[in-house]
Design a protein around this ligand. Structure first.
Ligand SMILES: [Zn+2]
Length: 184
């Protein structure tokens, strides 16, 4: 039995209000797909060193409680082997900054833990910058410039000295020490 409010939709009877609702959802989905088709920038074909725990926690828009995606990447800032991804929230359109590494400090002046570790390799591991960049290049990671290594070395140096004095020289101890120096 059918009545005036029932129409055929994909071979089945359905109320007009439900058909309209389904059509609206379909239109919205198509519109969103079109809107973002040209929005995202192509990710360069390069590896990244990513702190997955941190990334998973940050891939969320706290303004509208919505998941973020690399499909909506607007920009990538590179600092050493760390990245800051600018992702546009598909719901509220705000740009969220997602960092690939834990860091000390705010925004662009952040000091990234992964770069501290890299400076430790140069300072303490006996590897020269050119050798380091050869390894990074072979792994398809961005090369690091001399100034960046020097800047991080200046921060790592005092922490390394403190830990050496305590005769317990290892990377984790140095990292703890770095936190204290950065907070102080
Ligand atoms: Zn949002």
């Amino acid at each position: 039995m059918s009545n005036a409010n029932q129409f055929r939709h994909k071979g089945r009877f359905a109320k007009k209000s439900i058909i309209n609702w389904k059509n609206n959802i379909s239109k919205s989905a198509k519109k969103l797909k079109e809107e973002y088709k040209n929005l995202g920038v192509q990710l360069p074909n390069r590896q990244r060193i990513v702190d997955l725990d941190k990334l998973a926690a940050e891939m969320w828009c706290t303004t509208c409680d919505w998941p973020l995606s690399f499909r909506f990447l607007i920009q990538e800032d590179i600092c050493g082997v760390a990245s800051v991804f600018h992702l546009k929230c598909p719901k509220c359109k705000e740009i969220r900054l997602v960092k690939s590494s834990a860091s000390e400090g705010k925004s662009t002046r952040s000091k990234y833990h992964v770069n501290f570790k890299l400076a430790l390799v140069v300072l303490d591991g006996g590897i020269e910058e050119t050798q380091l960049n050869t390894i990074l290049s072979a792994l398809n990671l961005p090369p690091v410039d001399h100034n960046l290594i020097k800047r991080y070395e200046r921060l790592v140096g005092p922490a390394t000295e403190t830990v050496t004095k305590e005769n317990c020289h290892d990377a984790l101890k140095v990292e703890e020490e770095l936190k204290i120096l950065n907070e102080g």
